[in-house]
Design a protein around this ligand. Structure first.
Ligand code: ATP
Ligand code: MG
Length: 156
C-alpha cells in the first residue's frame, strides 16, 4: 500500500508519547518535506517503528531524548532512491561485542537482563524480518553510555 512514512510515524509518536512523557523522555520527529510514497504493509511497518521506539524509551534514562528523522537519499544508477528513517537515542548504548547478535531472536545484552526491564529479545528480530520483507535494510550504531542509532532504509 502506498504509504506516507512521515504520517505513519506521526501516528506512532502520538501513540507512545504518553509512555515517553511518563519517563521524562522527549521525542522529536523531523521530516524532509515532500518525501515520496513507499509501498509498505502499514501494520508491519508500524510494528517495526514501534519496536524501535519502545526500545529507545526503555533503554534511555529519564531526561533523555529520542530523535526521529526522515529523509530521501538521492537516486543513483536509474534506481528510484531510498527513504531513510533514523531513530537516535542518547541512552545507555550497547557494547560493541553485542552488536553482531542484536537482531537474533531472544538476544538481550547483560545490561538489559540485569535491569530486569522485562523484554523477551524478539523486538529487533521481528523488526529486521519485516524490513527485509520490504527489501529494506536495518543497521545499528552505538556508543556505550552515550546512545544508540538505528537506520532503516526503504526502497522508494
Ligand atoms: P522485546 O523487544 O522482545 O520486548 P528486548 O527489547 O529486550 O525485548 P530487542 O528489542 O530485540 O529485545 O532488543 C535486543 C537487545 O538489544 C535488548 O535487550 C537491549 O539489550 C538491546 N537494545 C535494543 N535497543 C536498544 C537501545 N535503543 N539502546 C540500548 N540497547 C538496546
Ligand atoms: Mg525491544
Amino acid at each position: 500500500k502506498p504509504t506516507q512514512i512521515p504520517e505513519l510515524l506521526r501516528q506512532i509518536v502520538d501513540r507512545i508519547t504518553p509512555d515517553a512523557e511518563r519517563k521524562g523522555i522527549e521525542i522529536t520527529l523531523t521530516c524532509e518535506s515532500n518525501t515520496p510514497l513507499v509501498h509498505v504493509d502499514p501494520n508491519r511497518m508500524t510494528q517495526v517503528f514501534l519496536n524501535l521506539l519502545i526500545n529507545a524509551i526503555r533503554y534511555t534514562p529519564s531526561g533523555g531524548t529520542v530523535n526521529i528523522t526522515v529523509e530521501q537519499e538521492p537516486e543513483r544508477n536509474g534506481e528510484n532512491g531510498i527513504l531513510s528513517i533514523t531513530i537516535a537515542d542518547n541512552g545507555i548504548g550497547i557494547e560493541p561485542e553485542h552488536l553482531p547478535f542484536l537482531f537474533n531472536r531472544f538476544y538481550r545484552t547483560d545490561e538489559a537482563r540485569t535491569r530486569n526491564t522485562g523484554g523477551t529479545g524478539l523486538g529487533l528480530a521481528i523488526a529486521k524480518e519485516f524490513v527485509l520483507a520490504h527489501n529494506g535494510t536495518i543497521e545499528v550504531e552505538s556508543c556505550p553510555g552515550r546512545g544508540t542509532t538505528f537506520f532503516v532504509k526503504l526502497p522508494v
